[in-house]
Write a protein that binds this ligand. Structure first.
Ligand code: GDP
Ligand code: MG
Length: 739
């Protein structure tokens, strides 16, 4: 035989590397024609190895051997009519499970087979390692690992292929089980086929039987031509089992056969053939975990518990570092207080920078712990489960499963940002579902709102911080979903579209990964505080400082001071004038005078603030905002918050810093708010609700305009602010009524 040419055929999935291998083996000795009557190219080439002449055919790529496409028919016909001495099945090692599907069908055909395990370089890069020896044992065919592109292993492949071609092994159909029902029928069919040698010249009886079960048109036609009577009988047999399966399990035999082929592949792959950076066992462990964590009843309970745990963790662990930060900024303020001369610069640094930006930066430890917790949820794969579970809920409100990610990105668990959230809505294909998502994601508690919420919750509800944070998160979702439903029932009416999502397997987060994620986000927060927030803080400080008091008013305060001072003896007056930064022991009279003078100073600063540009704007809104319990100082903060929500803190910090002169005994911003008679827990809740739901910050609005249109951007501002105000008024009025 060695002088005759051996015929080999290359077969495999598209892109498995057939042509690459073909070109490498045959070089220029190839010619391309078409298969008769169709446009599929027929490529044939020649080469010699170890004195053996070989004729090689590059078959069209296919995923299967049913008769659904020309490629499949060409491949099948070539194999059954030309009967090459050996079929080289190229399997892409980086995608082995899918590629082996075609292999199972070659095994069923019973053709002489060898497997070229290609792209092992790609597989390696992806952390996949394939035990080719084990695979060969389990499949019962030779397996040769190759890299078609570099030629690694190809010589060995051809050597083995020549061996297969020359061996006298009799190839029969590999019997993969298709379950009791089908196996039994298949046995019957095979007996009938063997009895009358039905199509046996070209097809293995088992393969013919399987094709009949699969309702393969080409095979049915061939059967009718060959033996109409038997063909009819076979069709009836298959017809009755199909009816039976449809009635009992609501499936066609094709589906059962496909399932069992995949089952066969899975069992092979799981028997140590493939080791993977995310190995198969882990996929199964994931499935088991998911049985509990995404269970219809238990899943949501776990989700709520995990969320609550996250807040508990964040608050308890960050408590101490937050006080350190407060201490740090208090100390900084003290230094500036004692070193800089009185004047505009000092006021700007203390009130604008330290009390403003410092207030925002004070939350860095807390933000860090929260981001760390979220990184754990994200890196472990749990966040994807949250999306999966939320899909069920989202449907009800006219949103889509893909809406979940934009919501989470925007701060669904607290601490995101609506800008990437708005941009993430691009994955939604239905324009109406997308608009509904885009308009409601700003309701989430983004990273800028979180410190504001924490400030107010910490000041007014310090005993149940995690609890309140949890409740306000739930509230954000509720409002977002109801708003979405409202929009989908009115301006954005329309059908919903189906949702498919793959759950990645769970993985243990690496400490390094967690730290990097945490730091990236924390750094963004710090950077924003140091740039945008700093600029806005100083701008707002200026608005709160100028134009200052009129000369006449200033004189009034001065006269008052002089008048009080003159009622004390000369010695006391001198004592006051000589006060320095160092602690001085004062006489009782001097202390009393000092106290009185400070009161006047405070009144003067407060009057100056009232008279400033910001103060005027704040007071302008006071008649309306008082329905929600907000005084003019709060109004200034809310207006500032439109620039960026963190500014609410820095503005409150500045407002309360400028209202009082002595920062030492004034305490933290939270304590100052609690002392303010215009604030109480009802106002706090009303303010929290307003802050959560009013107009998105400026950057988000611009982003909405870019993603949708300015019309929708304005709609969003008006709709959100209107809604937020009504909700706050309702809370304040009801809360005040019930005390
Ligand atoms: P065909 O559709 O089966 O004919 O596949 P091709 O031969 O056209 O190959 C598809 C792609 O895979 C091409 O870009 C090849 O360069 C690449 N390729 C083929 N074999 C290998 C291999 O062993 N390693 C790598 N890295 N790439 C390969
Ligand atoms: Mg090709």
């Amino acid at each position: 035989m060695s002088n005759n040419s051996i015929t080999m055929a290359l077969a495999g999935n598209p892109n498995a590397g057939k042509t690459t291998l073909f070109n490498r083996l045959t070089g220029a000795r190839q010619h391309v024609g078409n298969y008769p009557g169709i446009t599929v190219a027929h490529k044939e080439g020649h080469f010699t190895q170890d004195d053996q002449k070989v004729t090689l055919t590059d078959l069209p790529g296919t995923y299967s051997l049913t008769a659904y496409s020309v490629e499949e028919i060409v491949t099948r016909d070539f194999l059954t009519t030309q009967k090459p001495d050996v079929v080289i099945n190229i399997v892409d090692a980086s995608n082995i499970e899918r590629n082996l599907y075609l292999t199972t069908q070659f095994l069923e055909m019973g053709v002489p087979l060898i497997i070229a395990l290609n792209m092992i370089d790609v597989a390696k890069d992806r952390g996949i390692e394939i035990q080719s020896q084990k695979l060969a044992e389990l499949l019962g065919v030779t397996v040769v690992p190759i890299v078609a592109r570099s030629g690694e292993g190809t010589e060995e492949l051809i050597r083995q292929a020549i061996n297969v071609a020359k061996s006298d092994k009799i190839w029969t159909s590999r019997d993969i089980s298709y379950g009791d029902d089908l196996d039994e029928v298949l046995m019957e069919i095979i007996t009938l086929i063997n009895e009358s040698s039905f199509l046996v010249n070209n097809y293995n009886p088992r393969f013919t039987g399987i094709k009949y079960l699969e309702h393969d048109d080409q095979m049915l036609t061939k059967g009718q031509e060959a033996d109409p009577l038997l063909a009819k009988k076979l069709e009836q047999t298959v017809g009755s089992i199909s009816d039976h399966l449809l009635k009992t399990m609501d499936v066609y035999p094709e589906a059962i056969i496909a399932d069992h082929r995949y089952g066969f592949i899975k069992s092979i792959v799981r028997q140590g053939v493939m080791t993977h950076a995310f190995d198969i066992d882990r996929l199964y462990t994931s499935d088991k975990i998911d049985k509990v964590l995404t269970n219809r009843l238990l899943g949501p309970l776990f989700m709520l518990a995990i969320l609550f745990g996250l807040y508990q963790f964040t608050f308890s662990w960050s408590e101490l570092p937050v006080t350190w930060m407060e201490g740090l900024f208090g100390w900084l303020g003290g230094i500036v207080e004692n070193t800089l001369p009185e004047g505009m610069l000092k006021s700007m640094i203390i009130s604008g920078v330290i009390d403003g930006v410092g207030g925002v930066l004070g939350f860095v430890p807390l933000i860090m712990f929260m981001f760390f917790g979220i990184a754990v949820l994200e890196d472990s794969g749990y966040l994807a489960r949250v999306a999966f579970m939320m899909d069920r809920v989202f449907r009800i409100f006219g949103l889509h499963g893909s809406s979940v990610m934009p919501f989470i990105v925007s701060g669904g668990i607290a601490g995101g940002c609506a800008v990437p959230g708005v941009m993430a809505t691009r994955t939604l294909r239905s324009p109406k579902e997308r608009m509904a998502t885009l308009l409601t994601v700003p309701f989430m508690n983004c990273g800028a709102k979180v410190p504001v919420l924490i400030l107010l919750i910490g000041a007014f509800f310090s005993d149940h911080k995690a609890m309140y944070m949890f409740l306000f998160t739930m509230l954000a979702w509720l409002v977002a979903l109801l708003a979405a439903k409202f929009l989908r029932m009115t301006v954005l009416k329309g059908e919903s579209t189906p949702f498919v999502m793959e759950l990645p397997p769970y993985r243990f987060p690496t400490l390094q990964g967690l730290l990097i994620h945490t730091w990236e986000r924390t750094w963004q927060y710090i950077k924003k505080a140091g740039t945008v927030i700093l600029a806005i803080s100083i701008l707002l400080w200026a608005l709160m400082t100028f134009p200052g008091l009129q000369e006449s008013d200033r004189l009034t305060f001065q006269t008052e001071r002089d008048k009080i001072t003159s009622t004390y003896p000369k010695t006391v007056q001198e004592e006051i004038q000589n006060i320095t930064a160092e602690i001085t022991l004062l006489s009782a009279d001097a202390a009393e005078l000092l106290e009185k003078l400070r009161k006047i100073d405070q009144n003067e600063s407060a009057a100056a603030l009232r008279n400033s540009v910001a103060g005027k704007i704040g007071r302008f809104f006071e008649p309306v905002s008082s329905y929600a319990g907000f005084d003019w100082k709060t109004n200034i903060a809310m207006l500032g918050g439109f620039a960026a929500k963190e500014v609410i803190i820095s503005t409150l910090g500045t407002v309360y810093s400028m209202g009082e002169i002595e920062s030492d005994d004034a305490g933290t911003l939270g304590q100052r708010l609690v002392k303010d008679p215009n604030w109480n827990s009802v106002v706090a809740i009303s303010a929290l609700i307003f802050i959560m739901f009013y107009a998105p910050c400026f950057v988000t609005v611009v982003c909405i305009a870019k993603e949708a249109s300015w019309k929708w951007a304005f709609f969003s501002m008006a709709f959100n602010t209107g809604f937020a105000f009504l909700a706050s008024v309702a809370v304040f009025q009801i809360g005040t009524f019930f005390g």
